[in-house]
Design a binder for this molecule. Structure first.
Ligand SMILES: *Cc1c(COP(=O)(O)O)cnc(C)c1O
Length: 448
């Protein structure tokens, strides 16, 4: 039988104590150190005899963990950070201790059932039909790629003569769309947005028609972004969805960051048209209070996903029945049940708590935008649609932004790396953390 030695038991207690302390206290900001510096302190940790659990844990907690920036610090407003709920983080410990296989129904039925209910909540919020479904994948990048591969397979069936396939998106689309196009060896049609940074259906229709009229290339998918990463702008989903479907083209909505706000009534109308999506993604590890790494990928017609992504081999045929195997819906086979921490937190807290937390981030973003507007040295770029507040510091050059940001981190005040817009440096607050208070924003603004 299973042997649980006193040494393991002791280590379990230490690990639980460390995890509990980490959850209870303010997350450290800390910051990166060079590999040489870290080596000088810990040396080579991989040895013939092993360090022992106690020592290896100490190396991590005392040195390595302190060379990382916590993504859930309330003044870490960089990129899109993360703010897992305590329940979600705690349940990740359960997942880690359970050796659950999330690739097939046969092996992971109970866990997959729970993941599917969490996915159902998202697809219901989006207004997709009962038949929709999907899978939690590693991140938005893999989610977008997996969806686009399915979209192309559909186009290949419908338009077998096509020489070159093209994915259409706006200039503000996330870098992962270009990455997917590169992996798939397809071209990209970048369509200009309107003066508010929103992609509109009319522009999509015109650009696609022009491409189809003048060449042998064909657009196999139109990607709309529901919450751009830089500024949080939501494309005009209804008109884009219509432009795509009028031309028999797959409509994919990249909502890695923004679609989380589907559960916030105050902004829900901004997402109208998402119900037309053939596929969409949203990352619970961004704004739905789940730990890394989890992207929900949902298809209107999951059977198309299954046609493309199911892997075939003699040793796998036993799995191929009518049951729902998550490995069939994306580019992966073995997978951890990464949707479970999200499911647990959602099940335990109830969806109203998610709505409240989401509305709260939206309020903080609005208040932050007002403070920026009132600040003598700052210039607000645009009114936030979601929870990203972008602005410029009058009179600063690129180097000034960088040195301010470096000092902010070095002083342990916050983590706000500069970005750019229209070729000009900007700063942005990405607010996804319920612990981020307006007092945190004031502390940062006082340094500008
Ligand atoms: C973050 C993001 C992605 C990529 O998601 P990862 O989980 O980082 O791979 C894709 N699209 C948008 C709009 C994003 O904000």
């Amino acid at each position: 039988m299973h042997e649980f030695t006193p040494e393991v038991e002791e280590l379990a207690k230490e690990i639980l104590a460390y995890s509990l302390e980490r959850l209870k206290s303010d997350p450290p900001l800390d910051g990166p150190r060079s590999a040489e510096d870290l080596f000088a302190e810990v040396g080579n940790t991989i040895t013939a005899k092993g360090l022992g659990g106690k020592k290896a844990l100490e190396v991590f907690t005392e040195v390595l963990a302190k060379a990382c920036i916590s993504s859930d610090h309330p003044r870490n407003l960089a990129f899109i950070p993360s703010a897992p709920s305590e329940f979600a983080n705690l349940f990740d410990l359960v997942v880690g201790a359970s050796a659950l296989y999330g690739g097939s129904w046969q092996e992971g039925a109970g866990a997959v059932f729970a993941e599917n209910q969490a996915l159902r909540w998202l697809s219901d919020l989006a207004g997709l039909p009962e038949s929709s479904g999907g899978v939690f994948v590693q991140g938005g990048t893999i989610g977008n790629l997996s969806a686009l591969v399915v979209a192309r397979a559909q186009a290949r069936k419908k338009f077998p003569e096509t020489r070159r396939f093209v994915v259409a998106c706006s200039e503000e689309a996330h870098s992962s769309i270009a990455s997917a196009a590169n992996v798939m060896d397809v071209d990209i049609l970048k369509i200009p947005t309107d003066e508010n940074g929103k992609l509109q259906g009319a522009a999509v229709g015109a650009a696609v028609d022009q491409l189809h009229a003048t060449g042998e290339s064909r657009v196999f998918a139109v990607v709309a972004t529901a919450g751009t990463t830089n500024l949080g702008i939501i494309d005009n989903l209804a008109s884009i969805g219509k432009a795509a479907h009028d031309r028999d083209i797959w409509f994919h909505v990249d909502g890695a960051y923004g679609l989380a706000a589907l559960c916030a009534p105050s902004v829900r109308p901004l997402f109208d048209g998402v119900e037309m999506a053939d596929s969409f993604i949203v990352d619970p590890h961004k704004w739905l209070f789940a730990p890394y790494d989890a992207c929900a990928l949902v298809y209107r017609e999951p059977k198309y996903g299954k046609e493309v992504h199911t892997q075939h081999a003699s040793y796998l045929e036993t799995l191929h029945d009518d049951s729902w195997s998550p490995s069939d819906y994306a580019i992966h086979l073995t997978r951890r049940v990464r949707g479970l921490p999200f499911w647990f937190s959602l099940a335990a807290h109830g969806v109203d708590a998610y709505t409240d937390a989401m509305e709260q981030s939206l309020v903080i973003a609005k208040q932050a935008a007002e403070l920026v507007r009132a600040h003598p040295n700052l210039e607000l770029l645009c009114e936030p649609e979601l929870s990203i507040v972008a602005f410029k510091r009058k009179g600063w050059k690129k180097e000034d932004y960088q040195s301010w940001s470096d000092k902010l981190l070095a002083d342990q005040v916050g983590f706000i790396p500069p970005s750019s817009h229209d070729g000009e440096p900007i700063l942005r607050f990405a607010i996804v953390n319920p612990w981020t208070k307006i007092s945190d924003i004031k502390i940062i603004l006082a340094t500008l």
